[in-house]
Design a binder for this molecule. Sequence first.
Ligand SMILES: [Zn+2]
Length: 225
Amino acid sequence: MKVIVRDDDIDRRTHVNTLKYIYSKCIKKKIQICFAVVPDKISKKDKSLINFLKKHEVCMHGIKHKRDEKFLEKHMNEFIPALKKMTDIFGNMKTYIPPYAQLSKGGIYILKEGRMNMSFSFYSYYKVYLPLREYYFKNPIYNKSWIFLTDEHLFGYKLSKYKTPNECLKHAKKRYKLMKLLGKPLVIINHNWDFDEDMIDSWNLFVDWMIKQNTEFTTFSKFTT
Ligand SMILES: [Zn+2]
């Protein structure tokens, strides 16, 4: 069973010690995290954060963190400069994560032409991407770009359906077992800003539990090569 751990909304306000704390168990076990970084909110000057992120996998989290399904289409001319900025800082950039899980068909087309993989939820804030759901169950490769449909938000207070750390843990185990049954990787989306001590405890119990299940932890780019 393959698992990819993603953490979103990384920008210059993210404290590197928060990330180190949430993922201390993962770091100890050499599990790499996929961090979704917002291009317009990071700069080369954020050295300690960048050095930490470079040990993991960095993905592009939009261009700006805008809530607009058609943003990528409308701002196509900003895509290449933003991608270049990200590769200048972090090296190869292969995966795009749309902010608010909003991506129009046109946006998907642009990413596919750029051979970028994408990761977002079919439990989007606004709609369910039914055609993608079809792909998910048949073949995740969409014209040479991989689409990683993510699960519901499993941990956190604001975004997950389950509001206590205990319930989050119970539910996460259920989702893991379901994905295993479907033969699909489980893509976990965390938001570091939505964790507190208790949520981190629950998360660590889940990491321990996943390790016991012989989980193969991977990243988006490792998964596709
Ligand atoms: Zn976001």
